[in-house]
Design a binder for this molecule. Structure first.
Ligand code: PEP
Ligand code: MN
Length: 269
């Protein structure tokens, strides 16, 4: 298997515009759940940069549970995102749900394609992304086993794209007090099974802003290569996932705390 440690013993570094995932440096990607307006993205990018994060996230196409809620601003959102991120020299990470949007993603120079939890086993999407020369963040399906997750990555790699970053984002259990359960165990297990980088999304795991810091620290302590965090210039006004978004101040404070945890495990941030 192309993504397995048997195939390649040493850690693979996945570079995004010169930023390495999978080395000693821990990378933090932050930004809003959704692209909303040009101004919101400018403010969000300024805060992401000021906090010291090196990449920015934001969805223009949202996989919402209800078809009657906000679905994302669409193509135009990629322009808002590109413009704001370029002003602060931040590579952009955004979710792809539909193969028909691949041309637009390439045209807008999306730096990292995110495959969401709901599409982890959308094999036709995985095959098409496998034909691109663009790094991919592959989120774990909310009910997927480690083996299924590895095989989903294998679909991408088998079609030629080896630039894959795994993202643990919490799994479904019997617990209802928080959004998902962060599977911390998956981090060392996956690092043993694959040579590719593994990052963690504490925002969708906990579903609450107050849970982001403890889960992010646990992830780094457990060996994660990076974090994917939701932040918003004004969390209470976010169009999507308002409860879990960090304010600019919270993001800056968290980065300081994470730096100390990273040092404790012999890494930098
Ligand atoms: C997201 O990152 O915006 C998202 C929808 O996450 P997930 O696919 O993990 O639910
Ligand atoms: Mn979200």
């Amino acid at each position: 298997k192309l993504v397995s440690r048997e195939f390649k013993k040493t850690d693979s570094i996945v570079e995004v515009r010169g930023i390495p995932f999978g080395g000693p440096e821990i990378q933090v990607i932050a930004g809003p759940c959704s692209v909303e307006t040009a101004e919101q993205m400018r403010q969000a990018a300024a805060a992401v940069r000021a906090a010291g994060c090196r990449l920015m996230r934001g969805g223009a196409f949202k996989p919402r549970t209800s078809p009657y809620t906000f679905q994302g601003v669409g193509d135009e959102g990629l322009d808002f995102f590109r413009e704001a991120a370029d002003a602060y020299d931040l590579p952009i990470v955004t979710e792809l749900m539909d193969v028909r949007k691949i041309d637009v993603f390439l045209e807008k120079r999306v730096d990292v394609i995110q495959i969401g939890t709901r599409n982890m086993q959308n094999f036709d999407l995985l095959k098409e992304v496998g034909r691109l020369n663009v790094p991919v963040i592959l989120k774990r399906g909310m009910s997927a086993t480690i083996k299924e997750w590895l095989m989903a990555a294998e679909y991408i790699a088998a079609h030629g794209n080896h630039r894959i970053i795994f993202a643990e984002r919490g799994i479904r259990t019997f617990e209802t007090q928080y959004r998902n359960v962060l599977d911390v165990t998956a981090i060392p297990v996956l690092k043993k099974e694959t040579h590719l980088p593994v990052i963690v999304d504490p925002s969708h795991a906990g579903g609450k802003a107050a849970l982001v810091a403890p889960l992010a620290k646990a992830a780094i302590a457990a060996g994660a290569d990076g974090l994917l965090i939701e932040s918003h210039p004004c969390p209470e006004e976010a169009w999507c996932d308002a409860d879990q978004a960090l304010s600019p101040e919270q993001l800056t404070q968290l980065m300081g705390e994470l730096r100390r945890v990273a040092e404790a495990v012999g890494r930098t941030l």
